[in-house]
Design a protein around this ligand. Structure first.
Ligand code: WT7
Length: 658
């Protein structure tokens, strides 16, 4: 997407009266009032929300503690339990309301009520207790999308156990690294998973990850029987159904401090090693709930569907925690958008009468294409009148895809909330509020009330609207990252860099604000992080995976704009041996792609690999990534390359292998 096309986007869609009149935030006047309230009494604004939305075991008296900034503490003397806030709270009011409508890969549907979910969580928590797992222990959850994944996370929360969910698409190696970094004492997994009509192994990756060594901290491996396929077994393993057999279906919750870590979630940064983003209990849940209310305008009668996997932050805040804490009915989907065909999402919206739908731009773009090729999968082919609100997340949405989503899926009737946020922010930080904010395709519009987000220059100084700069958050907020697990120094240097004065949270994205409206347009990452299909990948992470292969001497990875995925991965590789050509080059490309799939996961496989005798470097030895990005796009190099040590190799690196 070109930034210019978005900056010149002047179509504006103001909320319709029918929507505004029933919305939680019904007007811009109310939006500005909320922002003014936060500006006048920042702590008071959040304290009021925390008292209104959370159920406290022991009320807090202190709102914000900045004494160890940037390690901020919110509501620190309060105590609560997150699973009580998501489940127990509803037992008197909506016990028989459907909490989850689960649709399996093969289309089978299973519903659970709030009461049933509560008992499942309690029973599984009792199982975890019988393994002597206690508050503060770290547990890895490596499960396919399903009710069990939600149950496992909630059961950990009930006991104050810190979960770290690893997306099922990550490799054994990635799992191994996360087990070690988190010092995890147990893994919860399943024998296998169903995806797109296929039965795939899952526990096998746990076995391989354990075999790579360093996982001595793991005592138990709990295995949910999902597919019935054969699995290797040893005395560390226990079936989920055996673990819960005979266990009581109520379980006393463990009350924790507001700041007790609810979870770690690993995400890519600009250096090689993924970072364990640590979130709190109270502040995190508060923002998940309040964004459900103000951004998604969630109502008791809504059928809400967020398509994200619980392996990502979106699945944490907007599947496992936010919707349950708000007492919503939600869809949990096991499968993929293209099975049995690309009409699956629309068919499911029709079938379950979904009213609020939240997905990623990459999914929308791929379904636009599919619908053009096969009309029976086009949204027009389905009855989508139940929809009232649409959302997107994960990457910028290009105005063309936005318009298609608005017209073809939302029938020109549903507001679209383009929500900007990050693993580190815990919940939305820039987003339209659907009953208030005028929408502009391609812009995530305005700050969420209470979030002091802005654009500054490289020294941290304010700049006028209309100028591009760094996206920063100026005040701490309750759902912010607390630290990088095991690495507080990296937390400080990554997010509160001294160059900006040490007091601004640096998001890592470039942004620009519209001169008239103040609307934000996100210009993409300013660091070496790629966004491929809404997934965050570190270029260094892929480079270190490549150089770990015995054939590879050196590599540099860059992103290239891609019409569906947003960005694709291009790797430049120098082999230890001779630069390969023809069939041999093809063979090595296939081998290296497989290799990266094994080292990190299939999502990180380079889309393209090119070979050179060397990489373009300055005389001081720095790889010129700017040049590599241009080469990847097929651009002629017209810029000054006088600092380039070895210009001749540019010719080699222009050549794709095919
Ligand atoms: C990065 C964070 C937040 C959950 C999913 C991704 C990009 C995210 C948007 C948006 C433009 C966006 C940013 C951000 N991003 N949402 N609406 N418009 N860009 O979480 O893996 O932590 O990635 O995703 O570059 O920094 P994540």
């Amino acid at each position: 997407m070109s930034i210019e096309s978005v900056l010149h986007e002047h179509r504006t869609f103001t909320p319709e009266e029918a929507f505004s009149s029933q919305a939680a935030v019904p007007s811009m006047q109310e939006y500005h009032r909320l922002c003014a309230e936060a500006a006048q009494d920042y702590e008071g604004f959040w304290a009021k929300l925390a008292r209104e939305l959370l159920v406290w075991h022991k009320p807090f008296t202190k709102t914000l503690n900045e004494s160890e900034a940037p390690f901020y503490k919110w509501f620190e003397d309060g105590k609560l339990n997150v699973s009580v806030n998501c489940l127990d709270k509803h037992l008197d009011t909506i016990p028989n309301k459907t909490a989850i409508i689960f649709e399996a890969d093969n289309g089978e549907v299973k519903n659970v009520t709030y009461k049933e979910l509560y008992h499942q969580v309690c029973q599984f928590a009792n199982g975890l207790k019988s393994l002597n797992l206690v508050k503060g222990d770290r547990v890895i959850i490596y499960l396919p999308m399903g009710i069990e994944a939600v149950v496992a996370m909630q059961a950990c929360a009930r006991l104050g156990i810190i979960h770290s969910v690893v997306f099922g698409g990550f490799s054994a190696k990635s799992l191994n690294e996360r087990i070690i970094d988190a010092g995890a004492v147990a893994v919860i997994t399943s024998d296998g998973q169903f995806r797109g009509g296929k039965t795939l192994p899952l526990k096998q990756a746990v076995d391989e990850g354990m075999a790579m060594g360093g996982c001595e901290s793991i005592r138990d491996i709990v295995v949910f029987q999902k597919t019935g396929q054969d699995v290797a077994w040893n005395d560390q393993c226990i079936w989920w159904h055996d673990l819960i057999a005979g266990k009581a279906d109520t379980c006393e919750p463990v009350m924790v401090d507001a700041e007790h870590p609810l979870f770690l979630l690993y995400t890519s940064g600009s250096t090689g090693k993924p970072k364990g983003v640590q979130h709190s209990s109270a502040g995190y849940l508060l923002h998940a709930m309040n964004t459900m209310r103000w951004t998604f305008d969630i109502k008791p009668e809504d059928i809400y569907w967020c398509t994200a996997d619980v392996g990502w932050i979106t699945g944490h805040s907007y599947v496992t925690y936010g919707p349950l804490a708000m007492g919503a009915t939600q869809i949990v989907f096991e499968g993929i958008p293209t099975y049995p065909n690309a009409g699956r999402f629309w068919q499911m919206i029709q079938r379950h009468k979904v009213s609020v739908f939240y997905t990623a731009p990459t999914a929308i773009r791929s379904l636009i294409k599919a619908g053009e090729m096969d009309y029976t999968t086009h949204p027009n082919h389905f009855e989508l009148s139940s929809l009232r609100l649409l959302g997107t997340v994960g990457e910028p949405i290009n105005p063309e895809a936005w318009m298609w989503y608005f017209e073809q899926v939302g029938g020109n009737r549903c507001p679209i909330v383009d929500t900007f946020w990050q693993t580190e922010t815990g919940g939305h930080v820039i987003t339209p509020l659907p009953g208030a904010t005028p929408l502009v395709p391609g812009s995530c519009t305005l700050p969420f009330p209470g979030i002091d987000i802005d654009v500054v220059d490289e020294t941290g100084k304010d700049i006028p609207w209309g100028n591009g700069g760094l996206l920063v958050i100026k005040k701490p907020w309750p759902s912010m990252i607390r630290t990088i697990y095991n690495d507080p120094e990296r937390f400080k240097s990554s997010y509160y860099p001294a160059e900006l004065g040490g007091k601004l949270y640096l998001a890592g994205d470039g942004a620009i604000r519209d001169t008239k409206t103040g609307n934000f347009t996100i210009m993409g990452r300013i660091d070496d992080v790629l966004n491929v299909s809404g997934h965050r990948l570190g270029t260094m992470e892929i480079e270190s995976a490549l150089v770990a292969n015995h054939l590879v001497a050196e590599s540099a990875v860059v992103g290239k704009p891609h019409p569906i995925k947003g960005e694709s991965v291009v790797a430049y590789v120098v082999l230890k041996g001779k630069r390969p050509e023809g069939e041999e080059a093809k063979k090595i490309v296939a081998e290296l792609r497989e290799w990266v799939g094994k080292e990190i996961g299939p999502i990180a496989k380079p889309d393209e690999i090119r070979f050179g005798d060397n990489l373009p470097k300055t005389r001081s030895g720095k790889i010129m990534r700017r040049l590599l990005r241009s080469l990847a796009k097929g651009e002629e190099i017209t810029s000054d390359i006088s600092t380039l040590d070895n210009p001749a190799i540019l010719e080699q690196l222009k050549q794709p292998v095919n």
